[in-house]
Design a protein around this ligand. Structure first.
Ligand SMILES: CC(C)(COP(=O)(O)OP(=O)(O)OC[C@H]1O[C@@H](n2cnc3c(N)ncnc32)[C@H](O)[C@@H]1OP(=O)(O)O)[C@@H](O)C(=O)NCCC(=O)NCCS
Length: 189
């Protein structure tokens, strides 16, 4: 498909006024895909709460064509445990009629740049088994597979695996492991 088609599309940081467009795309994915393990559509009020839960380190981006939102991407905290502060989870959704045009790639590439600017160290993606487009998209932007969670979700009557991928900045090879005061303590969650 023609990547040129994305030239009329601009990316920008989202505002709360974009929540209806973001929620509409998300809810279509809830109803028709295994990309999200939500099973019920999200209300606008829940969408606004979700949006407002994104702080300085966790941007939400939108892709806009002719004033309409055709895709969005976000960084969300991976965990509320403070040692995970510099790790975030990525989300990326493009409206069904605009997929395959390079919009997801542009959104995720910009999201990765934003994460770097905001001091994040590691990005994590969870991709349901069978979502070959998403796996390819993440791989093309430097995400590497780190494991598979087997049979962790059920949607549309299917028991699903989830692939975990991560991208680290700067490249992992230049990051030295840090010694902690208590290397033996067990829990890491
Ligand atoms: C996954 C998603 C965000 C990708 O966005 P998109 O705009 O459709 O994807 P792009 O056009 O940018 O293409 C991304 C990559 O997938 C490839 N691709 C796109 N559509 C494809 C198709 N139908 N078959 C095979 N490969 C495809 C592209 O060639 C591109 O590869 P590259 O980065 O190596 O060049 C989008 O399809 C979507 O919203 N899907 C439903 C929600 C979802 O799955 N979100 C991800 C949750 S983990």
């Amino acid at each position: 498909m023609e990547r040129r088609a994305t030239r009329t599309i601009s990316l920008r940081l989202a505002s709360v006024r974009d929540v209806p467009g973001i929620t509409s795309i998300y809810n279509d994915a809830v109803r028709t895909t295994t990309a999200t393990f939500d099973l019920e559509p999200r209300s606008l009020a829940a969408g606004r709460r979700w949006f407002r839960s994104h702080g300085r380190r966790h941007p939400v981006l939108v892709a806009v064509r002719d004033g309409a939102i055709v895709g969005w991407a976000s960084l969300s905290p991976w965990s509320d445990r403070p040692a995970y502060d510099r790790t975030a989870e990525v989300s990326v959704y493009v409206e069904a009629g605009s997929r395959g045009l390079g919009i997801g790639h542009r959104l995720l590439a910009e999201l990765v740049r934003e994460g770097g600017r905001r001091g994040l160290h590691t990005l994590i993606a969870r991709v349901a088994d069978g979502n070959a487009v998403s796996l390819r998209l993440h791989a093309s932007l430097g995400f590497v597979p780190i494991g598979v969670m087997r049979e962790v979700g059920t949607k549309f009557g299917r028991l699903l695996d989830v692939h975990l991928l991560q991208r680290t900045y700067p490249p992992r090879s230049s990051v030295r492991p840090r010694r902690t005061a208590d290397p033996g303590s067990g829990r890491r969650d």
